[in-house]
Design a protein around this ligand. Structure first.
Ligand code: ZN
Length: 218
């Protein structure tokens, strides 16, 4: 049963007693020394895939961007408001994070809608549809390479291709390319399977996904 707002208020009280009193000095340190996370996670907004919970992280460990279907747009120095690119820039250029993880997952509503070519539920303009155009090439690739697969399987493949697409888009940001070339920055593509709890990581050389931690490439 999902929590309602009153449960969140109870949770907040528990959080304060855990992190702001007693022996725990987690936030005291984070306030005194600032944040120095080493990892940027680009994850989906889906309520089931909180990267901090899945990777057993504490406050201060992860710099996180969450958007629909964990997509990275290409570098576009135009006059629009680019939220994900702004977070990327801050994490890479200011915080000097060492790792960028594109964190996808199974059963993703955004990916599923793309694969199903679902109708837009809004008559005028859909921000979701426009946003998901970023993954259209992943969808096209899915239909090209797996024409007979079920919708479920197509969504799975498309989730993988969309991660690879986002990794490629990361490489359009000049300061990300610089960081990688200097050996200061590493990019990763992870795919979390909701039904098994396992994470597969993209082998950047082959484009295939293997269990996280199984290879040094990860
Ligand atoms: Zn999702």
């Amino acid at each position: 049963m999902p929590k309602n707002i009153n449960s969140l208020i109870e949770g907040y009280k528990k959080f304060r007693s855990q992190y702001y009193s007693g022996d725990s000095a987690v936030f005291e340190k984070l306030v005194r020394h600032g944040q120095h996370p080493k990892v940027l996670m680009i994850a989906c907004s889906d309520s089931r895939v909180d990267p901090a919970i899945i990777t057993n992280c504490e406050p201060g460990d992860l710099f996180v961007v969450r958007n629909v279907a964990n997509l990275v747009p290409p570098y576009q120095a135009d006059d629009s408001h680019h939220g994900t690119s702004a977070a990327l820039e801050f994490a890479v250029c200011n915080l000097k994070i060492r790792h960028v993880v594109v964190f996808g997952h199974s059963q993703c509503g955004g990916i599923r809608a793309l694969v199903e070519n679902a109708d837009i539920p809004y008559p005028s303009y859909s921000f979701v549809s426009k946003w998901m155009e970023l993954a259209q090439s992943a969808c096209d690739q899915t239909y090209q390479n797996h024409p007979t697969a079920s919708l479920e399987e197509k969504a799975h493949h498309c989730g993988h291709y969309a991660i690879i697409n986002s990794l490629n888009n990361l490489m359009t940001f000049p300061w990300i390319v610089d960081g990688i070339q200097q050996g200061n920055l590493f990019i990763h593509g992870w795919f979390f399977d909701l039904s098994t709890g396992s994470i597969d990581a993209c082998n950047l050389k082959t484009g295939t996904f293997e269990e996280l931690g199984a290879s040094r490439e990860m």
